[in-house]
Design a protein around this ligand. Sequence first.
Ligand SMILES: Cc1cc2nc3c(=O)[nH]c(=O)nc-3n(C[C@H](O)[C@H](O)[C@H](O)COP(=O)(O)OP(=O)(O)OC[C@H]3O[C@@H](n4cnc5c(N)ncnc54)[C@H](O)[C@@H]3O)c2cc1C
Length: 492
Amino acid sequence: MAAAALSQYFGRYLSIVLVESEEIGIVGVGEATIPQIRLFNAGLGLDEREFLRETMGTFKLGIEFVGWRREGMRYFHGFGEVGRAIGLVPFHHYWLRYAREGGPLPLDRFSPNTMAARENRYGVPANARAARLPASAYHFDAARYAAFLRRYAEARGVTRREGKVVNVRLDGESGFIVGLDLADGGRIDGDLFVDCSGFRGLLIEQALAAGYEDWSHWLPCDRALAVPSTGDGKLEPYTRSTARDAGWQWHIPLRHRTGNGHVYSSSFTTDDEAQRVLLANLPGERLADPRPLRFVTGKRREIWKRNCVALGLASGFLEPLESTSIHLIQAGIARLLALFPDRHCDPVLVREFNRQIDWEFTAVRDFLILHYHVTERDGSEFWRYCRAMPIPESLQEKLAMFRSSGRIVRQNMELFDTPSWLQVMWGQGLRPEGHHPMVDAASAADLARYIAMNERETSEQVASLSDHAAYLARLVASDASAPLARPAEVAG
Ligand SMILES: Cc1cc2nc3c(=O)[nH]c(=O)nc-3n(C[C@H](O)[C@H](O)[C@H](O)COP(=O)(O)OP(=O)(O)OC[C@H]3O[C@@H](n4cnc5c(N)ncnc54)[C@H](O)[C@@H]3O)c2cc1C
């Protein structure tokens, strides 16, 4: 992603060398994304049809959470809006009054994505201009995406060097990285180094000792088992996350297979039991042996240090519950482009980058903790721990504000906006005691009209969509004449 973006935005002005080792390989398990990926692909000028063909991709409208509030209950975190705000007051405040006064329609009925997902629908609505759909992302085969972007970068002048880095040379005075030594005797010198070496953090940690902030006391899952299987024939346009006794299981429908994984905490279950649970809950036939992965949730203390910027797993890892890792790579690249240095790497740019990316990680971290902490599950040690654990002050404040008056404040343009926090807080069972007082200024008749208008708009949009599998099949088989969702419609 970094080589592709740098080559697209700088052209041949920069001389970019991409070092990869086939012997080491990639993690390759990132399969679900969030809508911002469309902006990244659009920035590269990728054709959506070609991208979906190459990566065996499907569309994603959100995530269905099964059993997270308690066993037997489910809710949906859909991308995009939930109802239309009136001025400064978000829709849900009006809906809270409506529900308190006995209104029967649940919150879901105002989320086009949730309603479309329930019916396995996708497409571009008839009245695309006025529509709130599609706010969507993709599921894709990460190994195919990496290969696709490698070809893209090479076509734009990036030199790809196969080889294993065995030594990182530092300047004795400044501590800057001056070059890399490869196992085959090759040497690569440079001015700026982007560490994309995965969990090992070959440059940022092993050479520059940036340090690591461990957040596993808040997010105790530290292992995963990933296994592909055949699908269940439904090709749902959403990810499913099912709570398990010591973690959760993902279900990601791709065109050629389904991605499955069990994310769990080694303090609360064994690897054997985790594997048993995963294999007992596959939607189809298993296509390979489960692949074990280990991680420590957290982030580097300095993600940019001297002349080295870490991206991806080298910069930190927040578990995949809300599919945010690929986005954090994208966010790092966007900031690197915005603050791109000269060869001296002005410390003021480095500090600004670290401030912004630290904030991004922290805000996502809080959103993830919400899913674990606000729950009624108490059937296992793991969930009892999550319910009782102390949480960061920033999250305490968010929960307190929602609980008292239904308010959700988006800080510093954090990644997840009001509709995301709303759907997850509500879905996990948190109920506000009040709502915004401005809502009470509306007459009962106006409130009823407003609610009915929002409900009608949502159902009309959803009704105008196609079956997801049929839409996708048409799209990947089509040439430039098929309608494409435009990135401008999907932000958020
Ligand atoms: C269980 C799990 C589930 C995930 N699910 C999602 C998801 O649904 N959505 C999402 O957005 N993200 C997800 N992620 C994260 C996602 O997989 C990663 O963010 C993404 O794959 C990027 O990985 P990376 O490039 O940072 O590291 P890697 O894939 O590990 O790549 C490291 C690269 O560095 C090279 N390398 C390493 N050492 C050397 C060396 N000595 N010499 C030369 N080359 C070297 C390797 O060859 C490789 O090319 C998940 C991660 C895990 C662990």
